[in-house]
Design a binder for this molecule. Structure first.
Ligand code: PAF
Length: 280
């Protein structure tokens, strides 16, 4: 297993090796089965693979959230090694990617960064775009792999690629769920076992919304979801939106000609969890 703190070492290694396609899986570590699926897909698709592990400070709008973000670098490296010892792991310090202090750049993302999640995490997607662009420019991968749990992030990265003429293809991988339906997230380990089990209601509520869409009006679905969380002590609904799949424009009425997706954010004992599903 090769893990490197400096991108220059990786570039030297890549120069020596002959490969047809380079795949990148950007992560913030604390790897779970969702990441494993991304890394497996990457190594099946590309003959050279880089997994980056870096908790990117510029995408956190909340200092406490950054401080509490789970980290387990040794375990992460073991996980990657088990998938394939040939995968290159990039574990940089901030100084390998940013001047000090680390600052997000400002990108024109046609406003997609300001919708839904962007309303609640100001500047978050500019921070994501900043680090993703740096990684793309550093390694020039042919493909980069992202999970649909962060669906809006995928659209932001696609917009970044178009608007800044980057030559990278995005592969998106379906959300991986725990047995109870909870979307896999590095933040799940911050929940105690009982709460993590209770948190299955987030996915259940999305599935109910999906069922309702066949026979109910948008207002009835929105009402159902907000009411659903009212008496659940551990849970605080932050948002629920039904939006167009591609533009993320929140809809004001249901139209079966549009591809729609439901997006939700719930604070579970203070831990913020997001999820989304395709509706029709
Ligand atoms: O999805 C994540 O873990 C992060 O947002 C990413 C893409 C690695 C950028 O820091």
């Amino acid at each position: 297993m090769r893990s490197f703190n400096h991108s220059t070492e990786i570039l030297k290694l890549l120069k020596r090796r002959k490969y047809k396609s380079l795949g990148l899986v950007p992560t913030m570590g604390s790897l779970h089965n969702g990441h494993i699926k991304l890394i497996e897909a990457c190594s099946m698709y590309c003959d050279e693979n880089i997994v980056s592990i870096f908790v990117n400070p510029t995408q956190f709008n909340n200092k406490k959230d950054l401080e509490n973000y789970p980290q387990s670098i040794k375990n992460d490296i073991d996980i990657i090694n088990k998938i394939s010892p040939n995968i290159i792991v990039y574990t940089p310090k901030a100084s390998d990617l940013y001047d000090s202090p680390a600052k997000a750049e400002v990108f024109d993302l046609d406003g997609i960064d300001e919708l839904i999640e962007g309303k609640y995490r100001k500047g978050h997607f500019q921070g994501v775009a900043t680090i993703v662009k740096k990684l793309f420019e550093r390694f020039s991968p042919d493909y980069a792999f992202f999970g649909e749990k962060d669906y809006q992030q995928i659209l932001v990265v696609k917009k970044l690629i178009i608007n800044y003429n980057l030559k990278i293809k995005i592969k998106s991988i379906s959300t991986v769920r725990e047995k109870n339906g909870l979307a896999m997230s590095s933040r799940n380990i911050l929940l105690d076992k009982e709460t993590r089990d209770d948190a299955k209601i987030i996915y259940e509520s999305l599935c109910t919304a999906k069922k309702m869409i066949k026979s109910k009006k948008l207002e009835e679905i929105n009402y159902f979801i907000s009411n659903f969380y009212v008496n659940k002590k551990k849970f605080k609904l932050e948002y629920f939106y039904i939006a167009e799949n591609h533009s993320l424009k929140v809809v004001t009425s249901l139209n079966s000609n549009l591809k729609l997706r439901a997006f939700i954010s719930v604070k579970v004992k203070g831990i913020r969890l997001i999820d989304n599903i395709a509706l029709f």
